[in-house]
Design a protein around this ligand. Sequence first.
Ligand code: ADP
Ligand code: ADP
Length: 225
Amino acid sequence: MSRIEISNLVKMYGSHQALHGIDISIQPGEFCVLVGPSGCGKSTTLRMVAGLETISGGTVSIGDRVVNGLRPKERGIAMVFQNYALYPSKTVYKNMAFSLQLSRMPKPEIDRRVREVAEILELTPLLDRKPGALSGGQRQRVAMGRAIVRDPEVFLFDEPLSNLDAKLRGLMRAEIKRLHQRLRNTIIYVTHDQVEAMTLADRIVIMRDGKIEQQGTPDEIFHDP
Ligand code: ADP
Ligand code: ADP
C-alpha cells in the first residue's frame, strides 16, 4: 500500500495545455476515481502516474519516491485498460503467469500466485481455456488477474468496464469493489460514468478542461446541499 501524491501536474501536447497544474493526494489503500467528460485530462493524468507519458511540469510521488524519471516497470504499479489485450494463443493460466515468468520468479511461487488469484476471481475452472473461449466478463477478470498476480502497490484502471454491456458492468463493478475490500491496494480509476464513480470511490476527483472542479468523498460531493 502506497500513498500517491500528485503536485502541480502539468501536461503540454505541443502548444496545447492538457493539464493546468492539478493536485491530488491519495492515501494508502484509498480507491480514488477520476471522473469527467471526454477530453478533460483523466487518461493523461493516469498515464503520467504510470510513466507512459512524459511529465511537462510538477511531480508524481508513489510511496516516498518521486517517480517522474522512473520507467513504468520501476514504479510498483499495474494497469488495467479497457481493451485488455490478452495473448490469444496462451491459456488463462499462461496469460496470468507470463509477466511473472519474465521476471524470473521461481516456478512454484508463480504457480501459487496464479492459483490463489484464480480462486479469488473464480477463474479456476477456466485456467486451461484460451481467451477466444471466454465471455467478455471472464476476459476482463483474466485481465485483472494478470495485474493482481504481480501484487502491485498501486493499481491503475483506465475505463476498464466501458466495453462491457450494462449488466456485466454492474457485476464487474461489484467484483472490483469486493477485490479492493479484500486487497486494499491504492487505486486510481478513470471513468466518465458517474454511477461507477459513486459506487467505487473513497475519493472522487471531478475534472473539467484539464483542471479539478471538485474533489472529496462521494458523500461530500453528491449530498451537499
Ligand atoms: P480524457 O481521458 O479525460 O478523455 P485525455 O487525457 O485523453 O482526456 O485528453 C486530454 C486532452 O489532451 C484532450 O484535449 C486531448 O485531445 C489531448 N490529448 C490527449 N492525448 C494527446 C496526444 N497524444 N497528442 C495531443 N493531444 C492529446
Ligand atoms: P511454454 O509454452 O512457454 O514453454 P508451457 O506451456 O510449458 O510454457 O507452460 C509454462 C508453465 O506453466 C509450465 O510450468 C506449465 O506446467 C505451467 N502451466 C501451464 N498451464 C497450466 C495449468 N493449467 N496448470 C498448471 N500449470 C500450468
